[in-house]
Design a protein around this ligand. Sequence first.
Ligand SMILES: C[S@@+](CC[C@H](N)C(=O)[O-])C[C@H]1O[C@@H](n2cnc3c(N)ncnc32)[C@H](O)[C@@H]1O
Length: 234
Amino acid sequence: MMPESDISINQQLSNRDWKTYDEIVYEPFVEVIRDIIVKNKYKTVLDFGCGMGKTAYYLRDVFKLDIAIDGVDISEEAKKKGEKYYDNFYLKYDYKAPDKKYDFIILASIIEHIYDENLTKLLTDVKSKLNPGGSIFIVVPNIDSPQFCLFDSKERQLTSMGHVNLKTKGEWVSFLKTFGFTKFSFSFPTKFEYLERCTFFKSNLLNNFLRNVYSILAIFPFYYLRGSYWIEVK
Ligand SMILES: C[S@@+](CC[C@H](N)C(=O)[O-])C[C@H]1O[C@@H](n2cnc3c(N)ncnc32)[C@H](O)[C@@H]1O
């Protein structure tokens, strides 16, 4: 049973305390997204659960990709700050993409914010809105990682980040297969920049030590132990 609507939980969190754009930290998945778009010559992109537009900012303003990109979010604050980065910014609460087709749909750090029942609506809808040959890019927390097991908990992820739906990698794959997706490509953050976000202790010294230890986990084959991972599905 759903204790509270995932939209109201996330609105409380996503409308609060927005930072200025410059304070938002770069995330290396934008480079993976750029490479997929370039390789496949994708032209139309949807960023669902786009927040204040960081991904669109990198794709168009920094990487200079020649694409059309729309954004969807439930947060009015996100719209206020992020709409300038999109061709169209939709405030939508119905777990549906806009009524058009796209080559590429980004679900970055969003599916863990939505209960299964509503996620079923969303994934069914986005799959139907993909152009032939298109793909969906998903970013999810890695709850099997040492970072999660040692320093985190489902309760903290729920109350501080609105993560209502945490699954293991295997559980996500089984869930995604029920929508007819058959091809899965996994990738992981392998850059040090990502670790700049991680603060576990009050002491800078301890944080730096832990970041350095953690950077070892960016090396194959350890990087699958990292705090989040990315899935391209077709
Ligand atoms: C963790 S943020 C990720 C933002 C962006 N994708 C990024 O990678 O920076 C999650 C975003 O999903 C939005 N969100 C949560 N539930 C949603 C829903 N049902 N429909 C659309 N957006 C939603 C939140 O308002 C928030 O902006």
